[in-house]
Write a protein that binds this ligand. Sequence first.
Ligand code: PLP
Length: 402
Amino acid sequence: MPENKNSLIADKRFQQELAEIKQTGLFKQERIITTPQSVRISTTQTNDVINFCANNYLGLANHPEIIEAAIKALNSHGFGLASVRFICGTQDLHKELEQSIAHYLGTENAILYSSCFDANSGLFETLLDDRDAILSDALNHASVIDGIRLCKARRFRYNHSDMDDLEHKLKQAMNCRTRLIATDGVFSMDGDIAKLDQIVILAKQYNALVMVDDSHATGVIGKRGRGSAEVHQVMDKIDIFTSTLGKAIGGGAGGFTAASHNVVELLRQKSRPYLFSNSLAPALVAAAIKAFELLSNSNNLREQLAKNTLYFRQALQKAGFDIKPGEHPIVPVMTYDAAMAQTMASRLLEEGIYVIGFSFPVVPKNQARIRVQLSATHTQKQLEFAIKAFTLIGHELKLIST
Ligand SMILES: *Cc1c(COP(=O)(O)O)cnc(C)c1O
């Protein structure tokens, strides 16, 4: 570390801030996993636990065909591209994946990013300026919020899924040139689905565009896995989708925006994370192509996921737990008390169940919870094992009484 006075003073300040984070109980300690991502994992502390906190909804993170596709691409297309897309970073694979995504979601076109965080960062300022307005759900993902911050459009934040408030703000934005409603398709802490059926009606009434970040929904929900808009049967009424390849779609890395030709072309010309950041590695691209192929050819994984979700939600409810209702494989098991959530997660780990307790500031105060996430690859036996462990510890901590 440089020894000049200024850097020493600054470093002291950073140290103090870290101490404060620890004092308030908000310090995040990372567990170290020593196996591939899967429903059964080992960590440096615990061997062979069942994982209930990955976004690996379809089990594709460690799927043999995905791994094979990645290895094949390493051999045929190399490891890295060392270029942004418009210089010499576009391979046939990138074009193929963009086509697969557009085809899967039924949009005219799609554009890849290194992450969905980047897709959201580069979206709003490309399309909108100070003559326009963005209407954003209060619980939108950090990357949507940051993307909006980078844009000069007027910002209207409506209360979470509150359609009256959205309408109120749309009225306020009527003198703007373009109005864009921006929402997560599935909200990650509660697993609730955006009210897209009502949002598209308001969008039509007030002449607004609709953008949906479907990171927790692509491949996960909807009759054919097309996400939150398919659940509400409004696929053709969404102007812009963003989503990630880092969750259900193999969980490697990457994100995308799917929209009309003109939106996508404009993003290619102007979107800063696209223009100024390296092209997605070929192995990741080939793996994602394979993932969309698997999802397009069969609904089995998604149907198994829905079955596991229904079974698990019903069993926990029957055991007496307070869970947030819904149909998404995110199952929030409410403890309300933050310390209780931590204790419960630790005890569950001792029983072989890997889950995480979430408390303020990730969720509102006194809304602490264990966020369970199901996967298509959890077996019936593993689900039963988990429910037994939850029930045991629920009694032990007096969370349930039956
Ligand atoms: C996970 C997530 C992201 C970030 O995706 P990355 O590809 O990991 O950057 C963005 N938006 C939402 C709603 C998410 O859940």
